[in-house]
Structures are given as C-alpha cells and as structure tokens.
Design a protein around this ligand. Structure first.
Ligand SMILES: [Zn+2]
Length: 205
C-alpha cells in the first residue's frame, strides 16, 4: 500500500471513531459532532482522547467536541501543548476551536463536513492559513464528509419534524390566543412567563 493510501486508510479509521462520538452527542440531545485525538508512538497510532458536542447538557457554551477532547488529552498527557497529536472532527471547526488547536500546537487537524455558517478552516474564514500566527497546524477537510454531513442533516430534519408536531399540538389546544390578537402582546406574555420560571438565584441578581 502506498504512503498516501495508508494515510487515507488511517484518516478514515480515525474519522469513524469521531463519528461514533457524534452519535453519542445525538443520544443526549446535542447537535451530533464528535472528535478524536490520536498520536503516533513508535509507528503505532494511539487514541489519546475522544469528545462529543455537549454545550446544552453541561451549560457550557465552549463544550464543543474538539474542546472536550482537547481538555481530556492535555490532562492525560500532562501538557498544555500537544505537538505530536492530530485531531479528527466530524464538522469543520469554528473559530474558537481552531484557535484552541493552534494554541495547543496540534500537528494536524482533519475534518469531515464543511460548515458554511461557522467554519474557520476555509468556509467562513481560514484561521489555519494565517501566516501571521506563529504556529501552523496542517488542516485537511472532506474525510467521510458525506457520512458525517448526512448525520447532521438527519438530526436537523428530526428536530424540524418535532417542532412541527409541537406547533400542531399547541394550535389544537383551547388556550390558543384569539384570532386577531396583537402578536406583540402574546410575545410579551411568553417572555414574562419564562422569567417567572427562572431559578431564584438568577432572578435575584
Ligand atoms: Zn467549535
């Protein structure tokens, strides 16, 4: 097997592990994105850490798959820099994750599907191509892109179907506002009701 074919085989095997992590995210109700960090030691590829997207369940806006895996890897290896490591992630990293990976001196980042809304490896911006930054992490996209992108599309299709079902159920309920009622008033009532259900320690601020 040629070097490039061998590299492609390793990349695909690692991305399948990241895809398993993305499935874990879906199981807990998070957007299905998964990551895995590997390094080569004496010619053998080791899995150092895994992570999946969990900002909602952990109340942590920074808990993207890459950051979760990165923190595990840094703790395990006892180092804030991981120059021997490669990270595989099922969706193009955002700017926060891209910079965290550059700060950690990653050797290489491989992603599957492109993210046209927040991708920071070329879709919206390419932080990996900034020559002014002092460390350069190699980046490659498109490994298992269709499979990983399909998982995201299925997740959002299911979310939309669920939202439609909930809308239909609430419009059938007798408590729906009278026809012609100003929409702004209804929205204000909703906001007040949400504030009433906030935990006490937050409303005390
Ligand atoms: Zn991110």
């Amino acid at each position: 097997m040629s070097d490039s074919a061998e590299q492609a085989r390793k990349d695909e095997a690692a991305m399948r592990l990241a895809l398993d992590q993305a499935q874990n995210a879906w199981l807990v109700g998070e957007v299905p994105v998964g990551a895995v960090i590997v390094r080569e030691v004496d010619g053998v590829h080791q899995v150092v850490a895994t992570g999946y997207n969990r900002p909602i369940t952990t109340h942590d806006p920074t808990a993207h798959a890459e950051i979760v895996a990165l923190r595990h890897a840094a703790q395990l290896l006892g180092n804030y820099r991981l120059p021997d490591c490669e990270l595989y992630v099922t969706l193009e990293p955002c700017a926060m994750c891209a910079m965290a990976l550059v700060h950690a001196r990653f050797k290489r980042v491989v992603y599957a599907a492109a993210d046209p809304k927040t991708g920071a490896a070329g879709s919206v911006i390419d932080l990996f191509a900034q020559r002014q930054l002092n460390h350069h992490t190699a980046v490659q996209g498109g490994v298992l892109a269709d499979t990983c992108g399909q998982l995201l599309r299925e997740f959002f299709a299911e979310r939309r179907a669920q939202a439609r079902r909930e809308r239909n159920e609430s419009s059938a309920a007798p408590a729906a506002p009278a026809a012609g009622a100003p929409e702004t008033d209804y929205n204000i009532v909703e906001v007040i009701e949400m504030q009433d259900t906030m935990p006490g320690d937050l409303t005390d601020l």
